[in-house]
Design a protein around this ligand. Structure first.
Ligand code: FAD
Ligand code: DHB
Length: 389
């Protein structure tokens, strides 16, 4: 089998890249080691930046997103029992975010790829990359237990944090990393969201976040230990903790409902540099991870492949590699700004196990500053809605 671009991973990065290339007449094959249903049912990110929404719409995969996505013009920061709204529209010249689950984005992208005759192979095994330093890169994999070779001009490693592409070039990489001494326990509940907008809550018991997926579905998170055993968290205990951490002196009430999914996620900041070696290009979580507090993981993955698609289009049009050669440096400028923002949001809202009373007073002062100074609020708002490309 031969194609122009071999893409490993059918997450947001791999599928957006494949479809962007298709729209420019460039052929790709996407290899995914999980079944389609698993990819489409995994509960992950939920907040889309304006730029991500615009790109999906320009690509022709925004029809359901425009109908079902919830457009939000701000978020609430809650501390000391009081809410403080950050007004995105007013602070960023009209920009908004859209709540639309990653699983829905993946369904739309997969449908669009398949409807256009795209080659997306789910459930493949034993994927490995070869000869990417030269001009004849090759991907080996097994389909229905039969080994196959896919030769291509370029390989895109869109296989997430636990994929095989980054380890394949580890000798060429420098890793920058930070682990956090906490994780998030997340639930999906059949309950109408208790607030029209997201609530990020600072509390002496730890961080809590109220989000949603639809007018009937709430998504909520609480800060927990990174090794938290989910079996020790019956539903009543989760709701009890959410009530305490989201408490308000302003007459606000948390609406409960049956919990349909729960899980624990660890938190880390991670960057691998450079994001390219020979003809192998890393994009999305394969190259970097952010802690989820700024809702940036999916958006950053999409920003990477937008840059990569442009470079690949230029390569096929002119035969020149200059944009391909700049790919890593171009992406990393954004990656580090988003790392900084995600680290900052995480540091501002979470209770660190070794925090002193001084640290906690400082956190409160920072929240007070961000919500009472226009400059402070604007810094948060312009990063949250997404920095310009
Ligand atoms: P992925 O979505 O990870 O896609 C990579 C794909 O490659 C996967 O489908 C994987 O199965 C496949 N793959 C892996 N190895 C191989 C292989 N060897 N061969 C073939 N295919 C392979 N971000 C937020 O902004 N907000 C959140 O609330 C949030 N929650 C998250 C919860 C969890 C549990 C996780 C893991 C991540 C979460 N994220 C969140 C991050 C966000 O979902 C990711 O940043 C985003 O999915 C990155 O997209 P991607 O395409 O780069 O990688
Ligand atoms: C969601 C996840 C986030 O990490 C975040 O900061 C906001 C919302 C969500 O899953 O809805």
């Amino acid at each position: 089998m031969h194609t122009q671009v071999g893409i490993i991973g059918a997450g947001p990065a791999g599928l957006v890249l494949s479809h962007l290339l298709h729209l420019k007449g460039i052929e790709s094959v996407v290899l995914e080691n999980r079944p389609r249903q698993y990819c489409e049912e995994r509960v992950r990110a939920g907040v889309l930046e304006q730029g991500t929404v615009d790109l999906l719409c320009e690509m022709g995969v925004g029809e359901r997103l425009k109908k079902e996505g919830l457009v939000h013009g701000g978020i609430e920061l809650r501390f000391g029992g009081k809410g403080h709204r950050i007004d995105f529209r007013e602070l960023t010249g009209g920009k908004t975010i859209t709540i639309y689950g990653q699983s829905e984005v993946l369904k739309d992208l997969t449908n669009a790829r398949l409807a256009a005759g795209g080659q997306v192979y789910f459930d493949v095994d034993d994927v490995s990359v070869h000869d990417f330093v030269g001009n004849k890169p090759k991907i080996r994999f097994a389909r229905n237990s039969k080994p196959e070779d896919l030769t291509c001009d370029l390989i895109a490693g869109c296989d997430g944090f636990h994929g095989i592409c980054r380890p394949a070039i580890s000798q060429a990489l420098t890793i920058y990393e930070r682990e956090y001494p906490f994780g998030w326990l997340g639930i999906l509940a059949e309950a109408p969201p208790s607030s029209e907008e997201l609530i990020y809550a600072y509390h002496e018991r730890g961080f809590a976040l109220l989000s949603m997926r639809s007018p009937q579905l709430s998504r909520l998170y609480i800060q927990c230990s990174p090794e938290e055993d989910i079996h020790l968290w019956p539903d009543e205990k989760i709701w009890g903790e959410l009530h305490k951490r989201l408490e308000s002196t302003e007459g606000w009430k948390l609406i409960e409902g049956p919990i349909t999914q729960k899980g624990v996620t660890g938190m880390r900041s991670f960057v691998a540099e450079p994001m390219q070696y020979g003809n192998l290009f890393l994009a999305g979580d394969a190259a970097h991870i952010v802690p989820p507090t700024g809702a940036k993981g999916l958006n950053l993955a999409v920003a990477d492949v937008r840059v990569l698609a442009q470079a690949i289009v230029e390569f096929y049009k002119s035969g020149k590699r200059h944009l391909l050669n700049q790919y890593s440096a171009t992406c990393l400028r954004r990656v580090w700004k988003v790392q900084r923002f995600s680290w900052w949001m995480t540091s501002m809202f979470h209770l660190f196990p070794d925090a002193s009373p001084f640290d906690q007073k400082r956190q409160m002062a920072e929240l007070d500053y961000v919500t009472s100074s226009r400059a402070g609020a604007q810094t948060l708002a312009e990063n949250y809605v997404g920095l310009p490309m």
